[in-house]
Write a protein that binds this ligand. Structure first.
Ligand SMILES: [Zn+2]
Ligand SMILES: [Zn+2]
Length: 401
């Protein structure tokens, strides 16, 4: 598959410039107007049927070719983060306090480079749906696009996505069948007791003591209720109560985050967190109000599509540059919602390690990070090959008319 790598590398300069342009103009969740317009204009110019404003600022480009009936989805994300960039790049962010610190500029550029090659030179038969989603960073842009009828209007037999990962050798790809990224859920807990004089605790119901007991009791959930071979996290990240040393407060507030990489573990965590809080509070004569906010789901890659993704990566890069079954990660990703509806696989592409430059090895969500432009040719070649293999028709895939 060196011809494909070569073909995409020859054109990479244009998309590296595009990536750096997007990088200079980072936009936060659901504000990706400039980026979305840029994506939509390019796709239209290359002959895609384009819909703008899907789920807010999302864009879908569809290309139908030949008589094939299969329908493929590929997703890239477009949003940036509220971080002040500090990597000294010439193409650093021009917006104070905003930065493409997760490489979504690179994901968008890689899929655009593939889109152009597929439109002009792609050998496939069927329907190609390219999904550029807004607001991956916590605001659930994938879900918004789905609520807006993404898969009803653009049905897909399978959908794929890619994320860069610092710390992994540049251009190396990592696959994983099953749970790959964690669920993330949140709870705000308000404890209401009876405040009073610090010298007369027997006339109060102290929510601060209850809160302290709850923080400790919550630590037993991972230790005592979850299979030791299953990753799980229960973190109390904030505890607010009281103002003065001689006043027992009337209320306390806890902020909790909960993560897991298994759907059953996730359900157990919620049930136990609620039970521990409510029954501990009750034992102290304090009322607990638990506001549970479900976040991103566990991202689960389906077996057949992951095997297919592995075959494509191995054909492109050779077995030495493909990890067939990597470890799960405790980060979260809203592509998980798409995989709850459509089979598919999410893969990682190495952004570089200590052998490369510092910004490429720097972890995402860090002010020193930058997407590695050497991945544009490889990532886009992967998308082209994946589309050509997925939409290979028995009657023979067709080139553009
Ligand atoms: Zn991120
Ligand atoms: Zn990201």
């Amino acid at each position: 598959m060196t011809y494909l790598l070569h073909a995409l590398a020859e054109r990479a300069g244009e998309f590296i410039r595009l990536r750096r342009d997007i990088h200079q103009h980072p936009e936060l969740a659901f504000e990706e107007h400039r980026t979305a317009a840029l994506v939509a204009d390019k796709l239209e110019a290359w002959g895609y049927a384009v819909e703008r404003g899907v789920g807010g600022t999302g864009v879908v480009g569809r290309l139908v070719r030949g008589t094939g009936t299969r329908k493929l989805g590929i997703r890239a994300d477009m949003d940036a983060l509220p971080i002040e960039e500090a990597n000294g790049r010439a193409w650093a962010s021009r917006s104070a306090g905003r930065m493409h610190a997760c490489g979504h500029d690179g994901h968008t550029a890689m899929l655009l480079a593939a889109a152009r090659h597929l439109a002009e030179d792609g050998r496939f038969s069927g329907t190609l749906n390219l999904v550029f989603q807004p607001a991956e960073e916590g605001a659930g842009g994938a879900l918004r696009m789905m609520e807006d009828g993404l898969f009803e209007r653009y049905p897909c037999d399978a959908i794929f996505a890619m994320h860069n990962m610092p710390g992994i050798a540049q251009g190396h790809m990592v696959m994983r069948e099953g749970a790959m990224m964690a669920s993330s859920d949140y709870a705000t807990v308000i404890l209401t007791g009876i405040g009073g004089h610090g010298a007369m605790p027997h006339k109060t119901a102290d929510p601060l003591v209850a809160a302290a007991a709850i923080v400790m009791a919550l630590q037993t959930i991972v230790a005592r209720n979850i299979d030791p071979l299953q990753p799980a996290v229960v973190t109390v990240g904030a505890l607010h109560a009281g103002q003065a040393n001689n006043v027992i407060p009337a209320s306390a507030r806890l902020e909790i985050s909960v993560r897991s990489v298994d759907r059953d573990v996730r359900a157990t965590l919620e049930q136990r967190v609620r039970a521990v809080i409510e029954l501990q509070a009750q034992s102290f004569g304090v009322h607990a109000d638990v506001q549970w906010r479900p976040g991103y789901s566990v991202l689960v890659n389906t077996p057949a599509e992951t095997a297919f993704a592995r075959e494509v990566a191995t054909e492109l890069l050779g077995p030495d540059r493909v990890t067939p079954q990597g470890p799960p990660l405790t980060g979260s990703e809203d592509f998980a919602f798409m995989l709850e509806r459509v089979p598919g696989s999410y893969v990682l592409i190495g952004n570089g390690n200590e052998a490369g430059d510092a910004a490429s090895a720097c972890m995402v969500h860090n002010p020193g990070y930058d997407f590695n432009d050497d991945n544009i040719a490889i990532g886009s070649a992967y998308w082209v090959l994946l589309a050509e293999r997925f939409l290979a028709d028995a009657a023979g895939a067709s080139r553009p008319q």
